[in-house]
Design a protein. Structure first.
Length: 183
């Protein structure tokens, strides 16, 4: 753990490691992943958080956004939310959980799924923001989903608001803890 951290930039740190079975593959053995997208929702941009959030000066309705997220939970064809460069063979994904919440000026969108398509989270966020500012109704997200047409979708949200939160694996891959995972 300390050896890896010596080679990482100061903005990135490994806080713990676990031994795994020799046939473990971090990408292909992952059962689910979770992301958070953060939006600075205030009339003026933040000087300190500009590179950590997408600045949205128009007030977002988290109630309307949550109504729209409920339409995306479950197994669906997410073709309308995939980027042109996506190389996945199938656009069917199972979204396990999605929720929008506000904490002061920050609106956070969390999503957990079995897998994601290229730019899927950022494309969903773009649509949710259209709902949040009132340009779209929550049902428009369902209509877009069913259309399977990316061309009808909202603009892709910028990358600087997206955070990877978690990767879920079957318990049998994990073995003894190596290092301090307390952070």
């Amino acid at each position: 753990m300390h050896g890896v951290n010596q080679h990482l930039p100061p903005s990135l740190r490994v806080v713990g490691v676990r031994g795994v079975h020799e046939h473990f593959h971090a990408r292909f053995d992952c059962l689910e992943r979770a992301y958070r997208y953060r939006i600075w929702n205030r009339p003026t941009a933040s000087a300190l958080h500009a590179w950590r959030h997408w600045w949205m000066p128009r007030t977002l309705s988290t109630d309307a956004m949550n109504e729209a997220t409920a339409l995306l939970v479950g197994e669906h064809d997410f073709s309308a939310f995939r980027a042109a460069g996506c190389q996945a063979h199938s656009a069917v994904r199972d979204v396990k959980h999605m929720h929008v919440e506000r904490d002061g000026w920050v609106v956070s969108i969390e999503v957990r799924a079995n897998a994601f398509l290229y730019h899927m989270v950022r494309n969903i966020v773009g649509g949710l923001v259209r709902v949040g500012v009132g340009d779209w109704q929550p049902q428009d997200i369902r209509t877009l989903l069913e259309s399977k047409d990316r061309g009808q979708g909202a603009a892709t949200a910028p990358a600087h608001g997206l955070y990877f939160l978690d990767a879920g694996y079957a318990d049998f891959w994990a073995s003894e803890l190596i290092g301090d995972c307390t952070g």
